[in-house]
Design a protein around this ligand. Structure first.
Ligand SMILES: NC(=O)c1ccc[n+]([C@@H]2O[C@H](COP(=O)([O-])OP(=O)(O)OC[C@H]3O[C@@H](n4cnc5c(N)ncnc54)[C@H](OP(=O)(O)O)[C@@H]3O)[C@@H](O)[C@H]2O)c1
Length: 222
């Protein structure tokens, strides 16, 4: 039976790829994108909602859906402070998960990160670990945690550290297959394909997917 999907972060590297799959695949007849700026996409399945993420509860009816995909995130360069980054990477996804629970959404899928760990000394890994902890505590009916390594894809913006790591990844990719490099990097479209497929499986409880898992799931469905 066709389902309703909600996606946040649909303008991002993974989110863009996932939105295309949600719109063009057969699984969903309605796709609601929560965005803070227009997508400039017209599609019969798409409902675009430009929202203030500080007021997510205003849009709670949207969360009466089947699958909720959270692809939100930022960088410290953009956010400027750790507190501002935490709000986008943790507070907004947690607010979404609470609304998903309240409105009885069936499945919540979250892009976190490899090395997420609430006890880490590294702010980014600790933040992602805390994010997972907070959502796990909600006991959602089905919670899928996506743990990608470095995301590889074409970004509109320049990210210095990531750019250097991607150059290194691209050199290695001439020698090794993408799945062999999954602990270093993973293509954004592979992450999106795997998320799409995971959402089509009957799930209960919390499951965490490594980049290696994501490659396998995406490859099975190609
Ligand atoms: N980069 C990596 O190598 C890497 C590795 C592992 C995990 N991750 C994680 O994977 C996730 C997805 O990464 P990505 O690279 O696909 O993300 P991205 O390209 O940076 O996109 C992030 C999305 O979040 C939205 N967003 C940012 N700030 C927002 C705000 N204040 N209010 C509302 N929306 C906001 C962006 O909207 P706008 O377009 O409007 O800004 C965009 O749609 C992130 O959580 C990231 O931490 C990244």
């Amino acid at each position: 039976m066709p389902k309703t999907a909600v996606i946040a972060g649909a303008t991002g590297l993974v989110g863009k790829e996932l939105l295309t799959l949600l719109l063009n695949g057969y699984a969903y007849d309605k796709v609601i994108a929560l965005v803070r700026r227009p997508l400039h996409i017209k599609h019969e399945k798409l409902t675009e909602m430009i929202c203030d993420f500080d007021q997510l509860e205003t849009y709670e009816e949207v969360f009466k859906a089947d699958d909720i995909f959270c692809c939100l995130g930022t960088t410290i360069k953009k956010a400027k402070t750790q507190a501002a980054m935490y709000k986008i990477d943790v507070d907004y996804p947690v607010a979404m998960a609470k609304l998903a629970k309240k409105k009885k959404a069936k499945h919540f899928l979250l892009i976190s990160s490899m090395n997420a760990n609430p006890n880490s000394k590294i702010f980014y890994s600790r933040m992602k670990g805390e994010l997972e902890q907070k959502i796990k505590a909600l006991n959602l009916p089905a919670f899928s945690i996506i743990h990608p390594a470095l995301l590889v894809g074409n970004r509109d913006e320049f990210r210095l550290g990531e750019g250097a790591a991607i150059t290194f990844y691209n050199i290695l990719s001439k020698l090794f297959s993408p799945s062999k490099l999954s602990s270093i990097g993973i293509a954004a479209d592979v992450v999106a394909e795997a998320m799409y497929q995971i959402a089509q499986q009957e799930k209960t409880g919390t499951v965490t997917y490594s980049s290696k898992d994501l490659y396998k799931i995406a490859a099975q469905n190609k």
